[in-house]
Design a protein around this ligand. Structure first.
Ligand code: GLY
Length: 555
């Protein structure tokens, strides 16, 4: 008998261990397990990575209201199994009635809060048009089938995590102040509560049945416009009629053996990531050591210079001439580092000017997808701040974005991420606001190597930068690279932000000895990276950021 029990035990053990070592064929890594599973299930039933993108996007709008959305915007970067690449810009646009001085008082000063909270902060949503465009061009399964998992989640409810309960309760007073009554997410939550959202299920059904017309026209559009205007906004039905996503050439550059494919303007992500990588390329980062003060000093100096360029040159390429080739030119970037000293921090005042305060939000959300055919997708999407403008549209169960804050309200003045802007990013009707979102796909030897991205406002670019280097330069596994401590410098304010408790005294003192000022007051977690890595043997591994509820679903 003992023998039989032992044999059964061994069979179970073998089954379990063979299960855990079963190679991953496809994966979705996102901010919530339900959204990752919605995408993974699409992959399992034969859909491609683009189909999974649709399912995951809509599911995030239900289960991750802090940043998942149908009322925001985003960027989509892909690399097909055959190696073809592309990117879709579905960033929000400024409403037709928007003016350059929208957020200034009579004296020309920025009115605090106007671009972040309430209806005036709302840009024309691009998310639905973007996701549907991805489906139109690249999808293979019927749209309604891909939206169904999100509808089911909204109807049956999702379970609130501890982090979500804390976040909903933290913002509940603000939700009520903006909306004038207690709305869904202001009701008070605890871990384990189930949130059903029937209005959102109805809106999703409308989109499933009518496509773009189900969102940009009819009762859904009318509800968004009415609530946005009632809370001080200028969004109109005409705005919703004119919105269009745009296919753009992705930004491509190399770093040593790697080829990177990232988002071009109106995101600053690709250009800044490319600049930083090019600026550090001549140095032996591996020899300096991971997160040693020597390697951090080098990376911070590259970050400082790149963010200064961001501030001056970048904006919507449909409105301003972005000197992209010049900014990515190798000689230009070598010249940017000419005054770099391994011994001493450069003052940001010597790189350019400014004097600002940082108020950081780390919302936005990213997901990475790989299907069994080898199609790769990187998507970063956002409402901008946590729960966007806090304007809640009861009829469709969602918050409106506050993306207008990503414009430069007044050249030289910082936005909510502490980023200064120039004329290039000033407000104009139908213009897209500058972004930091950096959905990125990396190749090595012409093979897929990594899919990566993160939320984190201005720190998005530095988080992606560090995660790629953690794997490539420091030989980390994907999950280890995601877990690793992060730091951030954005030119102004002139200080290095470190994640709390993750850096030892020796490192901090080493940086200070070189002249770096260390930010301690606003120390915070930096980014929530969700990534997929494929090694030389084709083995797929995932990294879901433990800083959030992020989770991978694989098959
Ligand atoms: N709203 C954050 C970004 O676009 O960078």
């Amino acid at each position: 008998m003992k023998k039989i029990i032992y044999s059964v035990f061994c069979v179970i053990l073998l089954a379990c261990s063979s299960n855990t070592s079963t190679p991953i064929k496809g994966a979705v890594v996102s901010a919530r397990i339900e959204a990752s599973e919605a995408g993974r299930d699409v992959l399992k039933k034969g859909g491609n990575a683009y189909d999974a993108m649709v399912a995951t996007s809509f599911a995030l709008a239900v289960v991750y209201p802090v940043a998942g959305n149908i009322t925001g915007g985003g960027f989509f970067v892909y690399r097909s199994a055959k190696g073809e690449t592309g990117s879709l810009d579905y960033r929000e646009m400024a409403p037709l009635k928007a003016t350059k001085d929208l957020f200034l008082d009579k004296e020309g000063n920025v009115i605090p809060g106007k671009s972040t909270v309430g209806g005036l902060a709302v840009g024309i949503p691009g998310a639905v048009a973007g996701v549907l465009e991805v489906h139109r061009k690249l999808g293979s399964l019927p749209l309604a089938e891909l939206i169904q998992p999100a509808i089911a989640l909204a109807e049956n409810g999702y379970v609130v995590s501890a982090k979500q309960a804390k976040s909903y309760n933290c913002y509940s007073k603000q939700f009520t102040a903006v909306n004038g009554k207690v709305t869904l997410y202001a009701k008070g939550y605890k871990e384990g509560d189930v949130v059903k959202n029937i209005p959102l299920a109805n809106a999703l059904k409308e989109i499933a049945a009518k496509g773009n017309a189900g969102f940009y026209q009819g009762w859904v559009a009318e509800a968004m416009v009415a609530k946005t205007q009632a809370t001080g906004g200028i969004l109109s039905l005409d705005d919703l009629k004119v919105y269009e996503p745009k296919w753009r050439d992705p930004l491509k550059f190399s770093y040593k053996e790697l080829d990177l494919i990232s988002m071009a303007p109106p995101s600053s992500g690709g250009i800044c990531l490319g600049q930083m990588m090019k600026m550090i390329e001549p140095y032996d980062l591996n020899q300096m050591g991971h997160n040693s003060f020597e390697s951090m000093h080098l990376m911070v100096e590259a970050e400082r210079r790149s963010y200064a360029d961001r501030s001056h040159f970048l904006g919507d390429p449909d409105f301003v001439d972005v000197p992209q080739d010049h900014l990515m030119n190798e000689e230009y970037l070598l010249d940017r580092m000419v005054n770099y000293s391994p011994e001493k921090a450069t003052s940001s005042a010597d790189v350019s000017h400014g004097n600002i305060i940082v108020v950081e939000s780390d919302e936005t959300t990213h997901f990475s997808i790989l299907d069994s055919m080898g199609n790769a997708v990187a998507v970063t999407t956002t409402l901008n701040g946590a729960y966007g403008s806090k304007v809640y549209v009861d009829e469709i169960g969602v918050f409106m974005n506050n993306e207008m804050d990503d414009f430069s309200s007044k050249p030289g003045e910082p936005n909510m991420f502490g980023l200064t802007g120039s004329e290039a990013n000033s407000i104009a009707p139908k213009k897209r606001m500058l972004s930091s979102m950096t959905p990125t796909i990396v190749e090595k030897d012409n093979q897929l190597y990594m899919i990566v991205g993160t939320p984190g406002g201005s720190s998005i670019i530095t988080s992606v930068f560090q995660t790629i280097l953690n794997v490539y330069e420091h030989g980390m596994e994907m999950q280890e690279a995601v877990n690793a401590a992060r730091f951030h410098h954005q030119w102004l304010p002139d200080n290095v932000v470190l994640e709390p408790t993750k850096f030892d005294t020796k490192t901090i003192e080493g940086l200070q000895a070189k002249g770096h000022s260390i930010e301690t007051k606003y120390s915070r977690i930096i980014g929530k990276v969700d990534a997929i890595h494929v090694n030389e043997l084709g083995t797929i591994t995932v990294g879901a950021d433990p800083r959030g509820d992020d989770a991978a679903a694989t098959h």
